[in-house]
Design a protein around this ligand. Sequence first.
Ligand code: ZN
Ligand code: ZN
Length: 122
Amino acid sequence: MHSHVGRIDETDDGVAAPVACDRCVEDECESSCHVYTEAARLKYHKKDARFGCSRCTKRDKPCSLTTNAKAAAEAAPPALSYEELVAEVAALRSQLEQTTAAWGAAEDRVMVLESERRAAGW
Ligand SMILES: [Zn+2]
Ligand SMILES: [Zn+2]
């Protein structure tokens, strides 16, 4: 049974952090700043946002990777730009046009069927 640190350092569940955390940079240990892979993080931490590097976890210190990731996750999603909004409106409008066209076609079909039924003497 591995601890988090053991898993990060000794198994495939750990990878070198793409960017070393502040503490590892400060300690000039960038190359040993290891974190869980995305898959392992989800597996072991689930919704828990705590996934600092193994050095910080070992020292039981807050890791800047955790705080940064937490802050990023908590930050509101970026507002849509004008261009994105225009594209969104255009997409909705074309959906509406397709729906309206399908509706018109269905109504036409109903009319045809009704006149057929009348012609058949229903
Ligand atoms: Zn680190
Ligand atoms: Zn750290």
